[in-house]
Design a protein around this ligand. Structure first.
Ligand code: TMP
Ligand code: MG
Length: 242
């Protein structure tokens, strides 16, 4: 990377299902484009990736079918596949940032840890209640393991967390309940797990919390302001890694 060239910022949006991430990512992309700020909009899981030249779209297709409950996959295996879906795109992401593109990313590594971990908490609780002896096997899916597999990925310059106060808000936002994980017990646990991340990462100072209960335009304005400040502040700083 030439030292005079300004790099782009890596902006991640996180939050529970229906918190408004996709709407806001798209609005941010449109805004930056209108302002002639070079940018790319991506999302995870990327349901379209091609990783096997004999069978097109293998990982993306599998993740999509898993989320739509059309396939069952072992809990550890699917967590690794969600992670691999990010690792395989790392070089492309790095190139964009170095070329000066700001990258807006709808969900990232944090969703990976928070969703797998939350699913496991619910499973363990159920097994405990039922006195299931195989509960030990679920231990391997602890918080650190979930996080560890994403080490080495590019660290976001900011994680904009769309904070919903209660599930009543998201339940009224269309199509809730169509995919795996879109149920109350799971999303309650996911909300708690995001709080764990916020507390753990406090010293990294990369999380920025936005009240998702506000009107769409108000949320958008706040996100634009955070993004512009981030683009400015990281332009001459090196990319960091998880
Ligand atoms: P979305 O396409 O509506 O954002 O839904 C993606 C779902 O996948 C959502 O329930 C969160 C979940 N997820 C994981 O379980 N692991 C991951 O690594 C990612 C990125 C998402
Ligand atoms: Mg969803």
């Amino acid at each position: 990377m030439a030292s005079s060239k300004k790099r782009g910022a890596f902006i991640v949006l996180e939050g529970i299902d229906r918190s408004g991430k996709s709407t806001q990512s798209k609005k941010l992309h449109e805004h930056l484009t209108a302002q002639k700020i070079a940018n790319q909009l991506i999302r995870y899981p990327d349901r379209t990736t091609i990783t096997d030249c004999k069978q097109n779209k293998k990982l993306g297709k599998l993740l999509n079918e898993y989320l739509q409950c059309k396939q069952e996959v072992d809990d550890r295996a699917i967590h690794l596949i969600f992670s691999a879906n990010r690792h395989e795109a790392k070089q492309q992401l790095l190139s964009w940032l170095e070329e000066g593109y700001t990258v807006i990313c709808d969900r990232y590594s944090y969703s990976g840890t928070v969703y797998t971990y939350s699913k496991n908490v619910i499973k363990r609780d159920k097994m405990e209640k039922e006195g299931d002896k195989s509960i030990k096997s679920q231990k391997a899916l602890d918080w650190e393991w979930c996080k560890h597999v994403d080490q080495g990925l590019i660290q976001p310059d900011v994680v904009i967390y769309l904070n919903v106060k209660d599930l009543a808000t998201v339940k009224n936002r269309g199509e809730f309940g169509n995919e795996r994980y879109e149920n109350e017990a799971m999303l309650k646990q996911v909300l708690k797990s995001y709080q764990t991340f916020l507390a753990e990462d406090a010293d990294k100072k990369i999380w920025s919390i936005v009240d998702a209960n506000q009107a769409v335009e108000d949320v958008h304005k706040q996100i634009v302001s955070i993004t512009l400040a981030t683009i400015e502040s990281v332009a001459s700083k090196p990319v960091q890694y998880l």
